[in-house]
Design a protein around this ligand. Sequence first.
Ligand SMILES: Cc1cc2nc3c(=O)[nH]c(=O)nc-3n(C[C@H](O)[C@H](O)[C@H](O)COP(=O)(O)OP(=O)(O)OC[C@H]3O[C@@H](n4cnc5c(N)ncnc54)[C@H](O)[C@@H]3O)c2cc1C
Length: 407
Amino acid sequence: MQEQQDTARGIVIVGAGQAGARAAEAARSAGYAGRITLIGAEAHLPYERPQLSKEMLLDVEAPLQMVRDAEGWAALNIDVVTGARIVSGDIRKSVVVAEDGRLFFYDKLLIATGTAARRLPALEAGPLPVLTLRTIEDALALRAHLRPGLRLAVVGGGVIGLEAAAAATKMGATVTVIEAAATLLSRALPPVVSDFLRARHEQAGVVFRLGQPPISATAEGVVLASGEVVPADLILVGIGVEPELDLARSLGLEIDSGIKVDGHGRTSVHNVFAAGDVVSQWCAWHGRAMRIETWANAQNQAAAAARSMVGELTAYQDAPWFWTNQYELNIQVVGNAVGGEVVVRGTPAGGRFSVANLVAGEVVGAVTVNMPKDMASLRRLVAARRSLAADELKDPGFDLRRAAAVR
Ligand SMILES: Cc1cc2nc3c(=O)[nH]c(=O)nc-3n(C[C@H](O)[C@H](O)[C@H](O)COP(=O)(O)OP(=O)(O)OC[C@H]3O[C@@H](n4cnc5c(N)ncnc54)[C@H](O)[C@@H]3O)c2cc1C
């Protein structure tokens, strides 16, 4: 086996996605002057994933959005090692090992290995091309197929499947969304938003097959549990993700739905931290430990973990927040937006409205549809779990900004 060139250990970060990249930057900006090595399995420097199901599908000329370019990484004196999958490690020797045998010794290790798209072997066994959407290569492969007349079956009515459905429709494809659950995004969106979103897709020509798991694929299309065949030339599977846990297992870290970390990003091993999609952390808004698969979480949880790692103990306790863009719609969700008393502000028919979710009188979650300004206030209200009366909130004249400013 080949050893790292010099003996300086420093910080090693495994996983060069959003979380790994932001952790490296945050460690540097917190004043850490030692060596930082950021190692990623992909051939690219860290890039933004949200573009893959939006700009990249809609515009062949869209410039690729990277977290920073090679000069930017060099300016921070951060070594980015691409195309290197870490396959094992040893916590007693504080070392991780790449597939090609390279050894990377560390003083502190941060794992940000993210997730991989869940696949459906039963469909892949059929004759139609089956794609997933997680990487630049995936997005380019999907975009290469998109053309007027293409019959696309999207399996999974989650955010990525729906964004791809919107983009494919705009590119002239005929799209059917197949979803095993009876409603779209039922764990993230209250019914009023979910129904609104579905109607917008239907207006664009998307056909839904809900409550119907796919069974197999034939040359004609996707066979559903009911026996119906959804005609298709191409299948996109968007049924969620699986955390990349092999390295964490090899190191013997504690794991539940992801790598278990405390509020500061510390794993069960003293000099090993973790952040991003791969991590399971207590979430006060959902009342349980869970993985949060959002861009903002990858950014901010990683930055907090990196600061903790370099000695500036930093708690991460942001309310989960994400956005999705579909057609002309910008939808943003904060906290836990389902399951309580759902209060609607504005009228869905007008295409601009927001929704607050109250539990025991506290605002614990909210959704905005084309109301980004409301979201700024709602994020503060949700963060503070402010108690507000449903009648007040419902009133479009109620000043959310002023309510959010009250301490
Ligand atoms: C198509 C798409 C659209 C999205 N849109 C939105 C959006 O609109 N809004 C939003 O909030 N979120 C969105 N997200 C989610 C957001 O991008 C993710 O939450 C975020 O990228 C997670 O970052 P991460 O660094 O934790 O994991 P990842 O981005 O998955 O990065 C992990 C990296 O680690 C590498 N890796 C894994 N194992 C190893 C190993 N053993 N050795 C070396 N490297 C390894 C992987 O190759 C990968 O590059 C989207 C995601 C996708 C896929």
